[in-house]
Design a protein around this ligand. Structure first.
Ligand SMILES: [Zn+2]
Ligand SMILES: [Zn+2]
Length: 410
């Protein structure tokens, strides 16, 4: 529908998601809203913001079933169930159990494209169910103290080498009562134990990828948390970081910089979701050897004017942004523009991540047009290990959270 077209005032990244869903598979956004018993995007936003107690399911089975139905359209011709002839049903690819086809012909014609991603999409289909354990509290599982200084931990292999055997922790999640409830209701067979454990790890890696990327930003700008407390702003924080967020979500930074002088993380964005982290930021020094998380709902440049300039919030030592998406459409770019110019003009060390090489190039192009000084960019060694499919175009290569980064200042 026209109402999903992101206007210049739409600063919500999910609105462009709805828009691209609908431009690729006309009617798909409507299907999703119907499954959620919502009439339009406005109601969806209200629910995301916790203003509407709209999302309720009678039981888990219904919840998982409705979620699966939002993936039901022919991957070849984009037909939705309502477009099919009587008696015709969409059939799932038996290998990945992820994409659907209306006929054998559509499946055959699609195979040359689909075969390149079928194996990965099989993992995606498992992950999007197992991810539920983030909300039940089974994930994230606890991590170990760092036995090496942060400077020597450059990638996942280094991080894993300090963790010892992950198997007991993965097993604890894989055999939890919530995991059993999940597969009882998921409407598909439970994968074998090792596949479930790997999925648990991929989801944990996505959670850790964010906090490890913050650590990477601190290292990249040569900031030293042992000399003085540091303030880190997460500009454009969305529901990815804030829905169900806990005060302990950045505690990996304590293990990364043991004995530090205090780290403050302030999540700022129009999509910040209410919860325990919604509390005022610190005005000055952070609590030593602790990570203090707070959140502020609003655009970053507005937060700067209202809080930083009035000294209600400490100035940031570094600003981090996960997947800002300002390359995606005009509305989002206009929302980001005052922030990008502010970061440039105040010479703030800034570290942004993107989903892919393509997004990296598009974002670099915009930053260069803004005459921002890019210091470094490339692949993020702490990329999430969890593939993510483009819902409306399942045969597009899956992307990974925080896959690339851009460092800029001035
Ligand atoms: Zn078809
Ligand atoms: Zn497949």
């Amino acid at each position: 529908p026209q109402s999903f077209t992101p206007g210049t005032d739409s600063v919500f990244s999910d609105q462009s998601g709805f828009f691209s869903l609908d431009s690729n598979v006309p009617g798909l956004s409507k299907v999703i809203l119907d499954k959620l018993n919502m009439k339009d995007y406005g109601e969806y936003r209200a629910a995301v913001e916790g203003k509407l107690q709209g999302i309720s399911f009678r039981n888990y089975k219904e919840m998982f079933q409705k979620m699966e139905e939002t993936f039901k359209f022919c991957a070849r011709c984009n037909r939705l169930p309502e477009h099919l002839a009587k008696g015709q049903v969409l059939k799932r690819c038996v290998k990945c159990l992820n994409v659907y086809y209306c006929t054998k012909d559509c499946q055959r014609e699609d195979w040359p494209q689909h075969k390149r991603v079928c194996k990965t999409l099989q993992l995606v289909a498992v992950d999007r169910l197992v991810e539920w354990l983030m909300f039940t509290g089974d994930l994230p599982f606890p991590t170990e103290k760092w036995s090496k200084p942060a400077a020597e931990v450059g990638n996942w292999a280094d991080w894993l080498s300090m963790q010892g055997d992950l198997t007991p922790r993965l097993d604890a999640v894989a055999s939890s009562p919530n995991m059993a409830a999940l597969w009882k209701n998921a409407g598909r067979p439970k994968p074998d134990d090792s596949d479930v454990r790997q999925s648990v790890w991929r989801i944990q890696s996505e959670f850790l990828s964010r906090v490890l990327s913050v650590g990477l930003a601190v290292k990249h700008f040569g900031l030293d948390p042992y000399v003085r407390p540091l303030t880190i702003h997460l500009a454009g924080a969305s529901y990815n970081e804030t829905m169900g967020a806990r005060l302990t979500d950045c505690d990996e930074l304590n293990r990364m910089f043991p004995g530090h002088q205090g780290l403050e993380v302030v999540m700022v964005g129009p999509e910040v979701v209410d919860g325990p982290i919604m509390r005022p930021p610190l005005r000055a020094l952070g609590p030593r050897q602790q990570v203090y998380i707070s959140a502020h709902k609003g655009l970053y440049h507005q937060f700067w004017e209202d809080m930083v300039e009035r000294e209600e919030a400490a100035k940031p030592d570094v600003v981090v942004g996960f997947h800002p998406g300002f390359h995606a459409n005009r509305g989002l770019l206009e929302g980001w523009l005052p922030t990008l110019l502010l970061l440039r003009d105040f010479n703030i060390p800034s570290f942004f991540t993107v989903y892919s090489e393509t997004e990296l190039q598009a974002s670099l192009q915009i930053l260069s047009e803004l005459e921002v000084h890019v210091r470094d960019s490339g692949q993020n060694p702490f990329t999430s290990q969890k593939p993510e499919q483009v819902q409306s175009c399942p045969n597009k290569p899956p992307v990974y959270c925080n896959s690339h980064y851009i460092c800029f200042q001035g």
